[in-house]
Unconditional design. Structure first.
Length: 365
């Protein structure tokens, strides 16, 4: 069995601080520490407190306040990036220049499409495998739901409806650049693509209602997808509670994926229960079905395991860099629709800079 030298940039929550004891794992560091094929040898972070805590937790002595020094000294095969997204591009470019062979990068991939495009190009040019942590791509329930849809269990796909509310901790919601669209809804938009295909157009809103930051806290969007269906998103940071849900609606049934797990219903004939007087009319109601049993496993562990597999076989990750560009582009499409007076915007977007900055400069926030 090959083993790979691995490092982490960003020793915050998803990097290491959220990890359970013993590791389940739920963080990048936890996954690198648990997987037999990876040897967690180094970490970098801008803050000494988090960096020292990382070193103590994982028994790592090679600790750096500058990721460039770590990359120059540690000869890493694999790098996990769990920093603010504005730092992703220079870190990726430095990593590929240093010979890193595989990268798992947190979402969003970047804060602008120009940076996201550059990240993908740098990895492609260097032959570095790039995977983006759209975590539900590795979740067994979401994968099983995809199989149910593909098999026709709920008939023909009709629409998708997603909710993403209050996902960041309240009241510690602080961001000048990451509203709920770019911070959280990239997960939801990635699922729209997973189940419904590539976005063709979007009509959306992105407004600030209550929060004091110069970014949206409320958004609604309707995407037209290549499969011929619509996907509707309700995204906000207005609730104290958090809620993330995807409804997959078909002609014959419904699948719901949310914090309570995975459930599905199939339409059954209930005409006889209604006493319908017209024999030409049929009434169907949703009847709960047992969701197929799926394994309980860590999505981030599977993401790192898959990254190793891709290094050894040349396979493509379940969420490659191009997927990171695509989910970010959907966010920028919503921003552009808001900027154009909530008109329909078609994909791909020609402007690869941050539409958020343009909205702010024009006084929308």
């Amino acid at each position: 069995m090959n083993t790979y030298r691995a490092g982490l940039v960003g020793c915050g929550r998803i990097g290491t601080l959220w990890e359970t004891d013993p590791p389940t794992p739920v963080t990048h560091a936890g996954a690198l520490a648990v997987l037999p094929q990876t040897n967690l040898v180094a970490g970098a972070s801008r803050g000494q407190e988090h960096l020292s805590a990382f070193g103590r937790r994982w028994g790592v002595d090679a600790l750096y306040l500058d990721y460039r020094e770590m990359l120059a000294k540690e000869r890493l095969d694999i790098l996990c990036i769990a920093t603010h997204p504005g730092l992703h591009r220079p870190i990726v470019e430095a990593a590929t220049a240093a010979g890193v062979r595989g990268i798992l990068c947190e979402k969003p991939l970047a804060l602008s499409l120009a940076d996201a495009d550059d990240i993908v190009a740098a990895c492609r040019q260097a032959g570095c495998v790039l995977s983006v942590n759209h975590s539900r791509r590795w979740d067994p329930a979401h994968r099983q739901a995809k199989e149910l849809v593909t098999s026709g269990a709920i008939g023909e796909l009709v629409s998708l409806f997603g909710v993403c509310q209050g996902v960041k901790p309240f009241p510690a919601w602080v961001s000048d650049e990451e509203g709920p669209l770019i911070h959280d809804a990239v997960h939801l938009f990635d699922l729209f693509r997973m189940f419904g295909g590539e976005p063709q157009s979007v009509v959306g809103t992105a407004v600030r209602r209550r929060q004091p930051f110069a970014v949206e806290d409320d958004s609604h969007a309707i995407f037209e997808l290549s499969s011929g269906i619509s996907a509707v998103a309700m995204v906000n940071e207005l609730t104290r509670y958090h809620r993330f849900e995807l409804q997959i609606q078909g002609t014959e049934g419904l699948i719901v994926l949310d914090g309570d797990g995975a459930r599905w219903w199939r339409g059954v004939d209930c005409t006889d229960r209604i006493n319908e007087p017209d024999p030409r009319i049929e009434w169907y109601a949703l009847d709960s079905q047992p969701f197929p049993t799926v394994a309980q496993q860590s999505s981030i562990l599977e993401a790192v395991r898959e990254l190793v597999y891709c290094l050894e076989t040349g396979a493509t990750p379940s969420s490659p860099g191009e997927d990171g560009v695509a989910s970010l582009e959907m966010v920028m499409g919503v921003y552009e629709s808001q900027r154009q007076g909530n008109r329909a915007v078609t994909f791909p977007l020609a402007d690869r800079e941050s539409v958020l900055y343009r909205l702010r400069a024009e006084g929308h926030f």
